[in-house]
Design a binder for this molecule. Structure first.
Ligand code: NAP
Length: 283
């Protein structure tokens, strides 16, 4: 039976990776910070699927703790066949509002952990001549939406180059670039997405299913849904000043402000016809 190690597996995309991989006969190693939540997820998956589920409570931004995952990936006795570098989060506030330690922690989670774990997994997998690495990046990486977007840009480019280096080894690397997905991500980052049309949202089960199909085919990039593949192409060829104007930091605050403004304008055009507005003196 193949085994998959998934980081950030207590909620959102990572949780869905856990379920779908268990459903397709993978033993699991689940990695996240929240130990209680990890144990509960493992128990629920074991109840439904006949697979083994290990849990590792690890903060990936902590170098010592990350080393434990690195060691697990090189275990020759119970090897890992698929690494899903999924854990990630956005910060609450713009670049200048957030302290530098928090920026560094985010960078260590979004980039350093991906670098270190991909290195450990790829080396071991190449020796066994089989395996796959799936790095969860984001379409945000094509935009200029702050350090988060810059980190995701790094994940995409890094994975593309790793895929080329691994050619012919029996090991593949795939970058997943989702658009907006309904998970805990935006709530955790205190991002109000009120102004975003409902059609923009994707559901985690769909995104994960597409990503696993693309990874199984050995595709280098996976962009679930035609609308986001089109948006991805457009943002790649669009003039950079336009991209900067549309996606500069705190874009979601501007989005929300615009949506509030639109609602107020719509409301003010309506005639309320409330009883207290009557101008008759027949009272
Ligand atoms: N949702 C979207 O619209 C969207 C779009 C594009 C890309 N993405 C990317 O998709 C990935 C998954 O995010 P999501 O949307 O599923 O968000 P989510 O529901 O908030 O899940 C994030 C997961 O990462 C874990 N995590 C966060 N920091 C960690 C750390 N330092 N060490 C270990 N685990 C950590 C969290 O678990 P614990 O709190 O238990 O540690 C949680 O399981 C991220 O890389 C994100 O950037 C999301």
């Amino acid at each position: 039976m193949a085994r998959a190690l998934v980081t950030g597996s207590t909620s959102g995309l990572g949780l869905e990776f856990g379920w779908q991989l268990a459903g397709t006969g993978h033993d699991l190693v689940l990695v996240s910070r929240d130990e209680d939540r990890l144990r509960a997820v493992a128990e629920q998956i074991r109840d439904v699927h006949d697979v083994t589920v290990e849990v590792m409570s690890v903060d990936l931004s902590d170098r010592r703790e990350l080393e434990r995952v690195e060691v697990r990936l090189t275990d020759p006795v119970d090897p890992v066949d698929l690494l899903v570098n999924n854990a990630g989060y956005g910060l609450r506030g713009g670049f200048l509002e957030v302290g530098i330690e928090d920026h560094e922690k985010q960078l260590d989670t979004l980039m350093r952990a991906v670098l270190v774990l991909s290195h450990a997994a790829a080396r071991t997998m190449v020796q066994r001549r089989r395996g796959a690495i799936l790095n969860v990046s984001s379409l945000a990486g094509y935009t200029t939406a702050g350090p988060y977007a810059a980190s995701k840009s790094w994940v995409t480019v890094f994975t593309e180059s790793l895929a080329m280096e691994l050619k012919g080894t029996g090991v593949t690397a795939t970058a997943l670039l989702p658009g907006f997905v309904q998970t805990e991500f935006h709530e955790r980052a205190a991002m109000s997405m009120d102004g975003l049309p409902r059609i923009t949202w994707l559901k985690a089960p769909y995104v994960v299913e597409q990503a696993l199909k693309d990874a199984a085919k050995g595709s280098v990039l996976s962009i679930p849904s035609v609308k986001y593949r089109t948006a991805g192409e457009m943002s790649r060829i669009a003039p950079r000043p336009l991209v900067r104007a549309m996606t500069s930091p705190n874009w979601y605050r501007r989005l929300q402000a615009r949506s509030v403004e639109r609602s107020r304008r719509r409301a003010s055009r309506r005639n309320l016809r409330a009883p207290w507005q009557r101008e008759d003196d027949a009272l």
